[in-house]
Ligand binder design. Structure first.
Ligand SMILES: Cc1cc2nc3c(=O)[nH]c(=O)nc-3n(C[C@H](O)[C@H](O)[C@H](O)COP(=O)(O)OP(=O)(O)OC[C@H]3O[C@@H](n4cnc5c(N)ncnc54)[C@H](O)[C@@H]3O)c2cc1C
Length: 539
């Protein structure tokens, strides 16, 4: 660890022995420090290229770059990682954001803001808020990796969880360093969104100032079995739940109120497939295991192959929430019978609920990472297209049927490759109308010596994924829905543009994002921009 103010001898730093969540190693020297601005300044002054690193939870090859194309004036690449901590150090609320070190936190109760250093997790931020402000105070950042991704990395990816609220929606200021003499403070939505999702290609976050909110008292979960091929029924359900899931942070104050008088907010509508549930049961321990078995039974009774997992906050109990969500006329929730629904309330029940809901993606990610004996390294790809839909059943149905087609295509690949390449598909993630983004992860595993078959399958999956993106892009205008990018920030936008046939063919709002990214990259020092994709660099 570096002492504050010390002159850094970059050449003597160790090479990074760490990998991202996808198992890709960081090809860089590694420096861990609490004073990120000072480290970046010294790195740039000594002609090092800088790779900001956070919790390393991203798995999309964010840290990959072409070493051969690196400007020879750079002596090497240094990964700068914020110093983390078990317990964030609380400092005076008046501390300016550009003086907050990576492990520090400052709470301003008068303005309802919290300033956090880049090395803290948002779970830690919420813990401090809980202790210092009250049990219902929290920032609206809910990635399922809140306990391991770091504040700096979350801003850099623009990541979001079931709530579908990007950090910039409640962020007041971001302090960054591009290695220049002074840190730069970005304030206001426009400046912050121009940095958010840029993966650190234009600079390194040192600290952020977020608004925090008072949310309704009780947390609940509600699981409804649904049939994935019944697109109309799913669209009905999501359309019905639309107004409960729209989270609008208030312009002033910190009370997060619902649109409905009963003060019930849905902060997530997540998909878990029956297949994933079965996989979860096979390896889980009690009490989550027996809860999952109960849910599997619900699927069986309802003849369903998926679960819609609703989560929320309310001032009333989960039983009363059920009554609130119920349509009195049809005695359903948006057309879905509640007879097989299962409720979860605060505390340990919610822990089991989350374990089940997150078990599916965790298993899929692990499966895609592990090299099995006698097999080639797995190849995997996951979809990430966030679509905000209006209250309109046909718009929602249009997006859902594109995924239904994709699943059918993947089943075709499986059939075509039978006996040669194992093809698995795990579907999980977001059905929230504020951001429909059900991740569909395809993993291909082939025996050693079957490189050609694997390549053939990869090409088929890539083609199907491209068709999925094209289908969603093609009908966006006609159905009045907005593709807002993805959870991985600019790499998701670039992927959508590539599938659309180039930047010029991407939807207008994404084209504007790409143009803005290009302009930001043109302004930033090459010490940071060296990792950016080619279409975002000036020719
Ligand atoms: C179990 C699990 C659950 C997940 N759930 C979600 C989810 O619900 N939603 C979601 O969006 N993502 C999710 N992810 C992906 C990942 O957690 C997010 O992308 C997260 O924002 C990455 O944060 P990090 O600190 O780990 O960043 P890293 O992985 O370390 O870095 C990611 C990128 O950000 C850059 N970067 C890192 N720190 C900084 C900094 N201080 N300044 C500038 N640039 C920086 C890096 O250079 C890199 O390009 C999940 C991942 C896992 C493993």
């Amino acid at each position: 660890m570096l002492a504050h103010g010390q002159v850094i001898d970059f050449a003597s730093l160790p090479r990074a022995e760490v990998s991202d969540d996808g198992g890709k190693r960081l090809d860089a020297l590694l420096l861990t420090t609490a004073d990120l601005a000072d480290a970046a300044r010294q790195a740039v002054a000594q002609d090092y290229a800088v790779m900001p690193a956070g919790g390393l939870t991203s798995a999309i090859g964010s840290f990959l770059y072409d070493r051969a194309a690196l400007n020879p004036r750079f002596r090497d690449v240094v990964a700068i990682r914020p110093k983390g901590t078990m317990t964030p150090e609380q400092v005076d609320p008046a501390t300016p954001i550009d003086q907050i070190l990576s492990h520090q936190i400052a709470i301003d109760r008068n303005r309802h803001t919290v300033t956090a250093g880049a090395g803290i997790t948002f779970a830690q931020v919420n813990r401090v808020l809980e202790e210092e402000v009250g049990p219902n105070a929290r920032v609206l950042v809910d990635l399922t990796s809140v306990g391991s991704a770091l504040v700096g990395g979350v801003i850099a990816t623009g990541g979001m969880g079931p709530m579908r609220v990007r950090p910039s929606m409640t962020c007041e200021a971001v302090c960054i360093t591009d290695g220049g003499p002074q840190p730069i403070i970005l304030e206001g939505r426009e400046a912050i969104t121009a940095f958010e999702g840029m993966q650190g290609w234009t600079g390194m976050t040192t600290a952020v100032r977020m608004r925090y909110f008072d949310v309704p008292m009780l947390e609940f979960g509600l699981v409804l079995p649904i049939q994935s091929t019944d697109i109309d029924a799913m669209a009905d359900l999501l359309n019905y739940l639309h107004s409960w899931s729209a989270i609008e942070p208030p312009a002033t104050g910190n009370h997060l109120a619902a649109q409905h008088p009963e003060n019930t907010i849905l902060n997530g509508i997540e998909l878990v497939s029956r297949d994933s549930l079965e996989q979860f049961i096979a390896q889980a321990a009690d009490p989550a295991r027996s809860k999952a078995q109960g849910l599997l039974q619900s699927c069986e009774y309802a003849g369903a192959d998926m679960l819609a997992c609703l989560t929320g906050w309310s001032d009333v109990s989960v039983d009363e929430v059920l009554g609130i969500l119920l349509d009195e006329e049809t005695e359903t929730i948006g057309g879905v019978q509640i007879d097989f629904g299962v409720g979860f309330s605060s505390g340990s029940e919610m822990e089991s609920f989350r374990a089940i809901r997150e078990g599916a993606p965790d298993l899929a990610r692990t499966y895609a990472r592990v090299v099995q004996p006698g097999k080639l390294r797995p190849w995997t790809t996951s979809t990430d297209i966030n679509v905000a839909v209006p209250r309109d059943i046909s718009a929602i149905a249009c997006v859902l049927s594109a995924y239904d087609d994709y699943r059918r295509e993947i089943r075709e690949v499986r059939k075509a490759m039978e006996g040669r390449v194992e093809v698995t598909l795990a579907a999980y993630g977001h059905l929230n109308p504020m951001g429909i983004d059900p991740h569909h992860r395809v993993t291909l595993i082939a025996p050693e010596g079957s490189e050609a078959a694997l390549e053939e399958a990869i090409e088929m999956v890539k083609k199907a994924k491209k068709e999925l993106i094209r289908a969603i892009v093609a009908t966006a205008e006609a159905h009045d829905y907005t593709i807002t990018g993805g959870e991985k920030g600019m790499p998701s936008v670039v992927e959508i543009a590539r599938a659309s046939g180039g930047v010029d063919k991407a939807p207008a709002n994404l084209r504007r994002m790409l143009e803005r990214a290009r302009a930001e990259i043109a302004k930033a020092p090459e010490n940071f921009t060296f990792r950016a994709p080619l279409e975002l660099k000036a020719s």
